[in-house]
Structure formats: structure tokens, C-alpha cells
Design a protein around this ligand. Sequence first.
Ligand code: T4K
Length: 391
Amino acid sequence: MKPILKSQDLAINGAPPAFIEQLHVGRPNIGSREAFMKYVGDIFDRRWLSNDGPMVQEFERRVAAYHGVKHCVAMCNGTVALEIAIRALGLEGEVIVPSYTFIATAHALSWQAITPVFADIDPVTHNLDPAAVRRMITPRTTGIIGVHLWGRGAPVDELQAIADEHGLKLMFDAAHAFGCSYKGRMIGNFGTCEVLSFHATKFFNTFEGGAVVTNDDELAETMRLMRNFGFVAMDKVVHPGTNGKMIEVAAAMGLVNLDAIDSVIDANRRNHHTYREALSGLPGISLLAFDEAERNNYQYVVMQVGRDCPVTRDRIIEALHAENIRARKYFWPGCHNMQPYRDLYPHAGLLLPNTQQVADSVVVLPTGTTMDSEMVRAVAAVIRVLVTGRA
Ligand code: T4K
């Protein structure tokens, strides 16, 4: 598709928007380069690159303190952190998850021969619908993994009540929820444990990385063993395990980015509010809101295209891409429609009407520290022209 706008339509103070080249969902936020280089120098001087080094230990302490949780067990990425948490909790058989999530939530189960059973979401919150979770429980169900989608808390209390009633384990995929709160309490304190992702595209990154945060001493100890092949001491393995360790240079990036976190959240908040203002009044266009009484990271700007919008969601995506604005259809088409799971559940769509509807309507727009208000208004201008036919 050709760009729908000529560059002068988007000109700001007469200048064409060269920055349009760079607008991606998931552009990494990067803290002080000088501080990072200094840390790398320290790592080289110590010649300690991995295996529970001092940077990783410091990073774990700071992440745990930030979330007000007893333990942070840092890992090489969020997917391995999910796998280790699932195994440490002893999940097996079937585990209930949303289909409307990144594929890693489902893969972390099926990779361990556990069947992910997809429950529908609430069309307003995009999080698991507790009534749908209840409907999916069978004698083989051993647990529930809630996802705090977009950083907005899943219905923790309702899911905990279901888990207690049926003797199920409850954990959360909190990959989107670093630094967020639910009912005033920081994420990290819900279920038996919660899993964070620090992937490059997350608002807080360690290049690649993840962690399990928990208040359960025994579980934390088991996961520490599991991420390092089960070694308890030199030449002594006491538990089955894998290589899930975070490396020192990743922890250094994490420390630098922790120092910058307030300014990143400020930029995301500002961008979110600018989008809200710039997109207001467009027919069929709405922006997912954050509860300002909670702590939010605002890392995802989630626009929904309703049936009353004169243009379709896919046409909007196409037009944005033609302008080099790499908006995303997260998490279309839903895990249940991805090859490995579509074959497993050919009729899952019948049980997941809200998942289908939300997955078909979402456009995630670029944000983060690489964008300022002018850029946000330029992205909104493309959408406005498309929807109204006027600049
Ligand atoms: N659970 C949930 C709910 C998750 O969302 C995720 C990850 C996980 C679990 C698993 O955690 P990790 O194992 O990943 O730690 C991206 C990320 O790869 C993935 O981490 C993330 N969720 C997901 C939401 O987004 P893609 O397929 O969109 O990635 P990709 O390569 O298309 O990158 C997205 C955009 O970011 C591109 O337009 C370019 C830009 N980008 C990307 C990278 C890596 C950059 O500008 N710089 C970069 O370095 O999955």
C-alpha cells in the first residue's frame, strides 16, 4: 500500500518528519550509557561474567525492593522464568490460561507436556474472565496462570477464590506489569509467584531477561537451584535443572535502567495522554485507559477500532505501516489460532468470542522515550486522516 499522506501533511514547523522512519512499537528505552559502560568495565575487571555474580545479586535486591516482595530470582528471559516457575510449582495435566496473550504463556506449558486450556477474557479489561475460567476446570486441571495484560491487574481476588475452592495453584504472567500495582499493592505479591520479562521491547529491559518474584522462601530456593542445573555446591547437584541464569552484563543494563525508570514512566504517561487527546472524538476509535489511582507503566498504548469506525483495523495497520509507523496487532490472532494450538482445539473459537473480538480490534501504537509529543500527534494525524478523510 502507498503512503496515504504526503510528507507536507505531517510537516511540523514546515519540516518533514524524518523521525517517522523510526516509529516502532517496542523501541528499547536505554538509561545512562556512561553508567552502563562503567559497569561493563567493572565486570571485565572482575572477570566474573555469569553464575550469580555481584551485579545479578544487586539487581535482584533492587527489583525485589521496588516491588515490595521478598525474593526476585533473575533469569535469562521471561519464557524460561515461566517454565521454571511452572515446574517448581509442580503444575501438570491441564493449566488454564488466556488465549489473548503473547504465545510464550502457552508455550511455557506445552514445552513441558502440560496442556494449556484457553479461557475467554473480559472484553473491557482484556484480562481473564473468572466465570470463563470456572467453565474450563476439569479433573485434570492443576493450575491457573493469570496474565496482567497491558500492565493492568488481572482479577486477582476472584482467581484466588477459584484456585482455593478447587485446590489449584495460581501464578501470574506479569511480563507487562513491571512497576504496576493492583488495588494499591505492587505486582509481585499475588498468587504463589509472578513472572516478569525484561526483553528489549519491554519498557524496562536488560537486553534479554526475566525473573520470578515471590514471597515463598522455599519456592525461591527451589527456583535458584533449577536455574543453575540444580547445583547446590561445587560438584553437587540436588535437583533437576536447566540453564536459566541471567548474565552480569544484562544485570548491569537492568541497574542502569532502574535508575532511569521514573523518567521512562513519565515519558510513557505523557505519550499516553497526548494520544488520548489527539485521538479523541474519532468515530469508533477508543484508547484503553489506565486507572490513575494505581501505579502504571503505560508501556502499551492500546487503541481499539470498533465496528462503528468507517475504516477497518487492518486498513489502519496497513496505512500506518505504509508511513513507516510499525504499529502492532498484539495479540492477534490469539494463541488458540496459532498452528500448534489450532490443531489441538479446532473449535476453541466458539468458546472464546471475546478473545476473537478483542484480537480483531486492537492496534498497539508506538511509545517510549524515543518519542515526543510531536511524534505522537503525527501518528494520531495519520489515523485522523484515515478515519475522517481530513487532515
Ligand atoms: N508473557 C508475555 C505476556 C509477554 O508479552 C512476553 C513477551 C513473554 C511472556 C515472554 O517474555 P520473554 O521471553 O520475551 O522475556 C515481542 C517480544 O519479543 C516479547 O518479549 C514480548 N513479550 C512481545 C509482546 O513482543 P515480537 O514478536 O513483537 O518482537 P519483534 O522482534 O517483532 O519486536 C517488536 C518491535 O520492537 C519491532 O518492531 C522492532 C522493535 N525492536 C525490537 C528489538 C528486539 C527494536 O526496536 N529493538 C530491538 O532490540 O515480540
